[in-house]
Design a protein around this ligand. Structure first.
Ligand SMILES: [Fe+2]
Ligand SMILES: [Fe+2]
Length: 365
C-alpha cells in the first residue's frame, strides 16, 4: 500500500463558506445560449496527457521570447540588453515559473468556484454549463502543474490572488461568484494568456495556452451571457452591491499587485544576480524613449482593456462605479493610461471582441 492518509501535509486548513444549494425541477432548456455553450463545451473536451506532446523538452532559447508580464517595459532597457544571454534565459524561465504558478493556483480557485456554481445557480442550463467548466478547470490545473514542474518549480500563491479567491469562494451570493470569477479573475487571466500565448515561441507552452485559452473564452462567455440576463432583473441596491463587488475584486488585484507583484519579481531576479537598483535606474533614465514608440493598443492593461468593457457589456458599469474605477486606475497608472476625466476614461474603453476565442488566438484585434 502507498502511504495514503486522510489529511495531507500540503493542504491548508479549511474555511466556512456561505453558499446556498439550490435544486431546480425544470429540466427543459430555458436559457438557450447557455445550453448551446454547454454542448459546445462538451464537444471541445480534450485530454491533457494525450493531446499535448510532453516528451518534447522545453526549448529554453525559444522560451526567452515569453513575455515577462512585469507591467513595465523592462525588456527595452539598456540594462536588460546588456545582460548575458544565459542570464536572460534564466530570468525568463524563473519569471515565467512565478507567473505560471499564479495561473495554476488561480485555476485551482476556478475549479472550486465552478463546482460551487453547479450547486448555487438556479437555472438548469447554468448548472450544466458550470459542470463542464469544472472539468475544464481540473484539466487546466493538471496541465499547468505539469508544465511548471518541467520548467522550474511551483512558487507560492501571491496574497492578492489568494484574497480574491477566498472572497469569491466565501460569498453566499452566486451572482458575486460569477462576477468575481467569470468576469474579473478569468478576464485578467484571458488577457494574460493571450499575451503569453501569442508572443512565446516555446512550442509546448504555446500549444498548452492555445487549448486553455479556448476553454477560457467559453468561461468568459458564460459569465457575460448569464450576468447580462440577470442584471436587468435586479433592484438598484442589489445592482450597486454587485458593481461594488466587481470593483473591489479588481482593485484588490491591481492595487496590491502594483507593488507586491513587482517586488516579488525583483526578488526572483536578484536570485540570479540581476541588480534591481541598476535595472530600475535604467528604466527611470530611459523611460521617455522606451515608451515613445510603444504601440497605442498596449497602453491599456487587462482591467481597462478587458474587465471593465465586460462589466459595461453586462450592465454593471454605472457612472458611479466608473468614476471609482477611473480614480484607482489613475492612481496606479497615471492619467496617460486612465485619462484625465471619467469621460475621457470611458472614451478609451474598447468594445469587447465579437469573437473572444479568435481574439485570444491573435486572429483579430
Ligand atoms: Fe481555467
Ligand atoms: Fe476558466
Amino acid at each position: 500500500m502507498s502511504e495514503f492518509d486522510i489529511t495531507t501535509p500540503t493542504q491548508e486548513p479549511g474555511y466556512e463558506t456561505a453558499m446556498e444549494v439550490v435544486f431546480q425541477w425544470n429540466y427543459d432548456p430555458e436559457v438557450e445560449e447557455l445550453r448551446n455553450l454547454y454542448v459546445k463545451a462538451a464537444e471541445a473536451q480534450w485530454i491533457g496527457s494525450r493531446d499535448l506532446d510532453w516528451e518534447r523538452p522545453i526549448d529554453l532559447v525559444k522560451f526567452a521570447t515569453t513575455p515577462l508580464g512585469a507591467g513595465v517595459p523592462i525588456e527595452r532597457t539598456s540594462y536588460w540588453r546588456s545582460l548575458p544571454e544565459a542570464t536572460m534565459v534564466e530570468l525568463t524561465r524563473r519569471t515565467a515559473g512565478f507567473r505560471l504558478s499564479q495561473f495554476l493556483h488561480g485555476e485551482q480557485g476556478a475549479l472550486m468556484v465552478a463546482a460551487q456554481l453547479v450547486n448555487a445557480v438556479p437555472h438548469t442550463d447554468a448548472k450544466f454549463y458550470a459542470a463542464t467548466q469544472t472539468m475544464d478547470e481540473a484539466r487546466h490545473v493538471e496541465v499547468f502543474a505539469r508544465y511548471i514542474e518541467k520548467l522550474d518549480e511551483i512558487r507560492p500563491i501571491a496574497p492578492s490572488l489568494k484574497g480574491i479567491l477566498d472572497q469569491t469562494l466565501q460569498t453566499g451570493d452566486w451572482m458575486k461568484k460569477l462576477v468575481g470569477m467569470q468576469i474579473v479573475v478569468e478576464g485578467l487571466a484571458l488577457y494574460a494568456f493571450r499575451d503569453m500565448r501569442n508572443l512565446t515561441e516555446e512550442p509546448l507552452l504555446k500549444d498548452l495556452l492555445t487549448y486553455v485559452a479556448r476553454d477560457e473564452s467559453r468561461h468568459h462567455a458564460y459569465g457575460v451571457q448569464y450576468i447580462e440576463r440577470c442584471v436587468p432583473c435586479l433592484g438598484d441596491a442589489q445592482r450597486i452591491e454587485l458593481e461594488d463587488f466587481a470593483l473591489e475584486c479588481a482593485r484588490s488585484l491591481i492595487d496590491r499587485n502594483a507593488q507586491g507583484f513587482f517586488t516579488t519579481l525583483l526578488g526572483i531576479w536578484a536570485e540570479i544576480g540581476v541588480d534591481p537598483v541598476a535595472m530600475l535606474t535604467s528604466l527611470q533614465n530611459e523611460r521617455e524613449e522606451i515608451t515613445r514608440d510603444l504601440p497605442r493598443g498596449r497602453r491599456l492593461g487587462p482591467v481597462q482593456g478587458f474587465v471593465i468593457p465586460t462589466l459595461r457589456r453586462c450592465g454593471l458599469l454605472s457612472e458611479r462605479v466608473a468614476s471609482h474605477f477611473h480614480g484607482f486606475l489613475r492612481e496606479n497608472f497615471g492619467t496617460r493610461v486612465a485619462g484625465e476625466s471619467v469621460e475621457e476614461f470611458l472614451q478609451y474603453l474598447p468594445e469587447l471582441p465579437a469573437d473572444t476565442a479568435r481574439w485570444v488566438l491573435g486572429e483579430m484585434q
